[in-house]
Design a protein around this ligand. Structure first.
Ligand SMILES: *Cc1c(COP(=O)(O)O)cnc(C)c1O
Length: 223
């Protein structure tokens, strides 16, 4: 079994109650997820819609599934019945679709807005202007069944710790300023940043939700 339950317990102690651990189980078999579930973990993150749906069918119903990948609009209605929190909302078009499908299915969709903080162009996320536009629209109250819960971001893939810190710091500042303008600041309470390689820096910079895969499940073969 590749699952590192010792690391899991150490991590839980380190994070305490203030930081939510999302165990990123993409590409990992249901047996591994179940092993961590049995150790007490309930929040799991997946990047691929089909994979998440298949796993959700096979695993206990009290697992909270986080969708952390890039979500295509045509997959929104598939994941809504299963997903607890959508981390990667990175366009107006996607948010509109989530709103439309949430209304249709009588659900409330909890979402994080993904902000581009890394140097790499390849990473997804809203830039400062897009974020502002989106929050302005949200403030009109037109998306009644979408609940904006906070922001998500990924730092650059670099060995430069200070750069990573600066990127997380910029996201925390955005989070604090967004919180002042959202219609419902009390539910805008989640800052999802930090992965296996950089979660300690993220927490020092104000993260309250980390997404950790390889540290718990071992290295992945596929992306
Ligand atoms: C894969 C992935 C993670 C987890 O990465 P690790 O380095 O294995 O901890 C976290 N967030 C996102 C968005 C991911 O795609």
């Amino acid at each position: 079994m590749a699952v590192n339950t010792i690391e899991f317990r150490t991590l839980c102690r380190e994070l305490g109650d203030a930081v939510t651990l999302v165990a990123v189980s993409k590409t990992k078999p249901v047996e591994d997820i179940l092993a961590l579930y049995e150790a007490g973990q309930r929040d799991f993150g997946e990047n691929y819609v089909q994979e998440m749906l298949v796993k959700a069918r096979q695993l206990p119903a009290d697992i909270r599934w986080h969708f952390i990948g890039h979500l295509q609009t045509n997959k929104v209605k598939l994941i809504l019945p299963v997903v607890q929190l959508i981390h990667g909302v990175d366009s107006l078009k996607l948010l509109k679709e989530i709103s439309k499908e949430a209304v249709k299915s009588g659900r409330t969709a909890d979402c994080l807005l993904q902000v581009h903080i890394a140097e790499e162009e390849t990473k997804f996320g809203l830039d400062a202007q897009e974020l502002e536009e989106l929050l302005d629209r949200a403030a009109t109250g037109e998306w009644k069944q979408v609940r904006l819960r906070g922001l998500m971001g990924m730092a650059s893939f670099t060995a430069d710790r200070e750069q990573i810190r600066a990127e997380f710091n910029s996201l925390k500042k955005k989070f604090d300023s967004c919180r002042k303008s959202v219609p419902d600041p009390l539910v805008f309470d989640t800052l999802s940043m930090g992965m296996s390689g950089d979660f300690r820096i993220a927490i020092e910079e104000g993260s309250n939700m980390v997404r950790i895969g390889s540290l718990l499940f071992g290295e992945r073969v596929r992306k």
